[in-house]
Design a protein around this ligand. Structure first.
Ligand SMILES: Nc1ncnc2c1ncn2[C@@H]1O[C@H](COP(=O)(O)OP(=O)(O)OP(=O)(O)O)[C@@H](O)[C@H]1O
Length: 351
C-alpha cells in the first residue's frame, strides 16, 4: 500500500463572521465600517487514515468536526494546511474525486423533496454517469440491505426521518464511493434505526473496503464501528488512537460490586484488606446488599479473586465507566487554554 488514503497536514479554517451591535445606528454605521470577527474553527490538525479504516471523529459542539469534513469533501477551502484523499486535493473538486467520495449529513437532505426517491437516484445516476447495469445491480443490493422497496416510489417529504436516512444512504452510495464522510448520520433516529444504520455502515465497509470518517454524539455508534478515534476540541487535535487506549487513559478505574449472601456480614476493614489497603486509589463503600470497590483497572482480576475467596459472595459484577462519561472527561481537558470557539477581533476594516 502506498501511504494513507487520507492525509491531512496542518489543516486550518478561519471563518470571518460579520459582527455588529443591534439598532438602527449600528446598522447605518455598518454600511461604512464593517466589523468582522475571526473564528478559528480548525487550527492546524494533522492525521492519516488508511483505506478500509473506520474512524470516529469526536468533539463537543463547535469543536470543528463538520468544518473538517466539509474541507475533506471539497465544500470548503481551508485557510491553512493541506489535505489529500486518494491523491486528490478535495477543494479542487476534481470530477474523479467527487466520484470516489460521499458526504452524508444527518441534518441535511440530499434527496429532492417533491419527487419519488427513485427519481432522485436517477438524477445521481446521470451525475455520476453510472451505467444502466451497475445502477440496477447496486440499487437492487441497497434496496435489499436497507429494505427500501416500499419507500422508493414515495417523495422524500413523505418519509419518516429514519426512512429518509436509509434512502439518503442508498442514494449517496449508488456511485460506490471509496470514502464516506458521515456527519451525525443517526441523529434523531430511534435506537432500532440507529442500530440498522450502524450495521449497514459496517456491512458497506466490509463489502467494499471503503474508509469511513464518522462524527456522532451517540457513543454506541462509535463503539460499534470505530476501533480508532480522533478527538478534537476548540479546533485542535487532542487524541488520535485506539478507542480502548482513550478509555484506559481517561477511565483508569473499574468498580466491583459484591452482593453478599443473605445474613452474611463483612466489615469495611475486612473488604478493604481484601481489596488491598496499600493499593493507591482504592475506595470502598457499602451498598444495600454488600460492598462496592472502586480500583485501578489493572488490579481488577486479582482483587475480584480475593473478594470471591474471602467473602460469602452471592453475586459479583465488574463495571467500566460508561463511554459517554469517558468522552466527557476528555472534553473537559483544557485544549491549550483557548477561548471558547477561538474567536478574535478583526475590527475596523473599511469596505
Ligand atoms: N459558516 C460559518 N461561518 C462562521 N462560523 C462558523 C461557520 N460554520 C461553523 N462556524 C463556527 O466554527 C466552529 C466549528 O463549527 P463546526 O460546525 O465545524 O463544529 P462541530 O464540531 O461540527 O459542532 P457540532 O457538533 O455542534 O456540529 C464553531 O464555533 C462554529 O460556530
Amino acid at each position: 500500500m502506498s501511504g494513507p488514503a487520507i492525509r491531512v497536514d496542518q489543516l486550518g479554517k478561519t471563518y470571518l463572521v460579520p459582527e455588529r451591535e443591534g439598532g438602527l445606528r449600528a446598522a447605518v454605521t455598518a454600511l461604512f465600517r464593517r466589523r468582522t470577527r475571526a473564528v478559528d474553527a480548525v487550527r492546524g490538525i494533522s492525521f492519516g487514515i488508511e483505506a478500509g479504516e473506520v474512524v470516529g471523529f469526536l468533539g463537543p459542539n463547535g469543536a470543528g468536526k463538520t468544518t473538517t469534513l466539509k474541507m475533506l469533501s471539497g465544500l470548503l477551502h481551508p485557510s491553512a494546511g493541506a489535505a489529500e484523499v486518494f491523491g486528490y486535493t478535495p477543494w479542487q473538486r476534481d470530477r474523479n474525486y467527487l466520484g470516489r467520495m460521499t458526504l452524508i449529513m444527518g441534518q441535511r437532505s440530499q434527496l429532492q423533496w417533491d419527487i419519488p426517491v427513485v427519481d432522485s437516484y436517477r438524477l445521481n445516476k446521470a451525475i455520476f454517469q453510472i451505467s444502466d447495469a451497475d445502477f440496477a445491480a447496486r440499487l437492487g443490493e441497497l434496496t435489499e440491505l436497507l429494505e427500501l422497496s416500499e419507500l422508493l416510489r414515495k417523495p422524500a417529504r413523505n418519509l419518516s426521518l429514519g426512512e429518509r436516512m436509509k434512502c439518503e444512504f442508498a442514494g449517496s452510495l449508488l456511485h460506490r464511493p471509496q470514502v464516506l464522510f458521515l456527519d451525525e448520520p443517526t441523529i434523531g433516529l430511534d435506537v432500532a434505526m440507529q442500530r440498522r444504520i450502524r450495521s449497514f455502515v459496517a456491512e458497506y465497509n466490509a463489502r467494499t473496503g471503503a474508509c469511513v470518517i464518522l462524527t456522532s454524539h451517540y457513543m454506541a455508534d462509535v463503539e460499534a464501528l470505530c476501533k480508532r478515534v480522533i478527538v478534537i476540541h476548540h479546533g485542535e487535535l487532542l487524541f488520535d488512537g485506539p478507542l480502548t487506549e482513550l478509555v484506559r487513559a481517561f477511565a483508569p478505574d473499574k468498580t466491583i460490586t459484591v452482593e453478599l449472601v443473605a445474613g452474611a456480614i463483612a466489615t469495611q476493614a475486612e473488604v478493604l484488606a481484601l481489596a488491598g489497603q496499600r493499593l493507591p486509589g482504592v475506595a470502598v463503600q457499602p451498598t444495600e446488599t454488600g460492598w462496592q470497590v472502586r480500583l485501578p483497572s489493572d488490579h481488577t482480576a486479582a482483587v475480584a479473586g480475593r473478594l470471591l475467596a474471602g467473602l460469602e459472595v452471592a453475586d459479583l459484577t465488574i463495571e467500566e465507566e460508561p463511554i459517554e462519561a469517558v468522552i466527557e472527561k476528555v472534553f473537559a481537558v483544557e485544549a491549550g487554554g483557548h477561548d471558547q470557539a477561538g474567536a478574535h477581533d478583526q475590527s475596523g476594516g473599511r469596505r
